[in-house]
Design a protein around this ligand. Structure first.
Ligand code: NAD
Length: 418
């Protein structure tokens, strides 16, 4: 299916929301309020490259809703991002923070750039320039960025530094920081850990034994690699993994820990070239494997109307944000393939971001066990609320999660007044 015929992330997030708002019977003005962003910002970021040439980059931040708490959402560095992309991802954050009931709203932003084509010094300049230009609209009580595709603890450290230079020591301005600068134990692996927890609960609910279950995971970055590790730890057989360059499969199960070790020693090495036992396969082939669980954990829109008919997995767990387009989602539901939606499946990251923010505000550090225990409690409660609603209303997991989330945000808006 040509890209132009695919539903965009924004169309899909709007469609999921529209369906929930319709079922909840919301009036037109409330629908308008819930759908559109609170504020959108675009900034120019001039950078003098190492060779002396000037290059101007575009930086974005979309703040979708703050009725339940400060805006919260990742910072993405990727060449193909634009405002529409961030509109969709910011809205997803609002529903995600609501479904796990942490006191945040939703936002998303980043810089249209290829981080692999920039030196560390150039990236530091860009990140700090972005932070300075966003100075008035971010902050621990306003908007708290975190890592996303193409960013990690290093970029959060730079943002923390740039912000603190103007405002004094303020670690709560970003989450996902290095531990030495006020990061939380367990934050880096939290999204993948949460994906594994939710997968285990969903397998139980759907009658799939996780022990020995065949799992295919697309994406071997922060989310995919940690999800693979935690799922293997729980006894699942990770039979396929991929990154942007392609993947590897092995029916007996891939050696996930060896792959993680090699990839961390040489992060630029394409996944199919990792020296472990396994056969190469393409991303398209991975999505169509006959597995128990498929975890798309890379980017948006990988399961779409053109390929969803090939999906043979018994359960889809969305590690990435918006990996399933709205038409693909409908086809999966019609076919009876359960999909655990992004706003629940990958909410482990924002949950531990919340715990990091709490520790920063209290100037304390919790043990890893406490963080992981809290993560399991928060996600477990959200899973139960969503499951109960799905059963009571006879709807799929995504609709149930959206209904819970939209209901909570609407309630907060009404309580605060207009
Ligand atoms: P990352 O940059 O660490 O990893 C992304 C992975 O996807 C890499 O392995 C990359 O090679 C692969 N990839 C990129 N383009 C691809 C393509 N076209 N086909 C196949 N693979 C491709 O990013 P991440 O932090 O792991 O985030 C992955 C997804 O999870 C994103 O949708 C992100 O928004 C979402 N997410 C991340 C977090 C977090 O805490 N990092 C939290 C919630 C949701």
């Amino acid at each position: 299916m040509p890209d132009a015929d695919r539903h965009s992330p924004l169309e899909c997030s709007d469609t999921f929301l529209d369906r929930a708002m319709m079922r909840l019977g919301l009036g037109q003005e409330m629908r308008t309020l819930l759908k559109g962003p609170y504020r959108e910002i675009m900034v120019e970021l001039p950078l003098v490259r190492a060779d002396g040439e000037l290059e101007v980059f575009a930086g974005y931040r979309v703040q979708h809703d703050q009725a339940r708490g400060p805006f919260k959402g990742g910072l993405r560095f990727h060449p193909s991002v634009d405002m529409d992309h961030f509109r969709a991802l910011a809205a997803v954050m609002t529903w995600k923070t609501a479904v796990v009931d942490v006191p945040f709203g939703g936002a998303k932003g980043g810089i249209a750039c290829d981080p692999h084509a920039l030196s560390a010094a150039e990236l530091e300049d860009l990140t700090k320039g972005f932070t300075e230009k966003m100075d008035e609209v971010i902050g621990p009580n306003r908007d708290i960025p975190a890592p996303d595709v193409g960013t990690g603890p290093r970029e959060m450290a730079w943002m923390f530094d740039a912000y603190s230079r103007r405002h004094g020591y303020e670690p709560g301005v970003v989450t996902g920081k290095p531990i030495q600068l006020g990061g939380s134990y367990g934050r880096t692996e939290a999204t993948g850990r949460g994906v594994a927890m939710v997968t285990a609960w969903a397998c139980e609910a759907e009658g799939i034994g996780l022990e020995g279950a065949r799992v295919a995971i697309q994406g071997f970055g922060n989310v995919g690699s940690h999800a693979a590790s935690f799922l293997a730890e729980r006894g699942a057989r990770v039979v396929a993994l991929s990154d942007v360059s392609g993947g590897l499969r092995r029916d007996e199960g891939l050696d996930v820990e060896a792959m993680r070790r090699i990839a961390s020693d040489d992060p630029e090495l394409p996944l199919p070239e990792l020296d472990v036992e396994g056969e190469p396969l393409s991303n398209g082939e991975l999505l169509a494997l006959d597995v128990d669980v498929l975890v798309p954990a890379a980017i948006e829109g990988v399961l779409h109307g053109g390929n969803v008919g090939d999906v043979r997995a018994r359960l889809v767990v969305e590690g990435a944000n918006l990996p399933t387009t709205c038409d693909a989602h409908e086809l999966l539901v019609e076919r009876g393939t359960p999909v655990v939606p992004d706003i629940l499946a990958n909410a482990g990251g924002v949950t531990v971001s919340y715990l990091e923010w709490v520790q920063n505000r209290e100037r304390v550090r919790w043990e890893a066990e406490r963080v992981n225990r809290e993560l399991e409690r928060v996600l477990g409660e959200a899973w139960k609320v969503v499951c109960d609603r799905a059963e009571e209303e006879g709807v799929d997991y995504r609709m149930a999660a959206y209904e819970v989330a939209v209901g909570r945000v609407r309630e907060a808006i009404e309580l605060r007044g207009f």
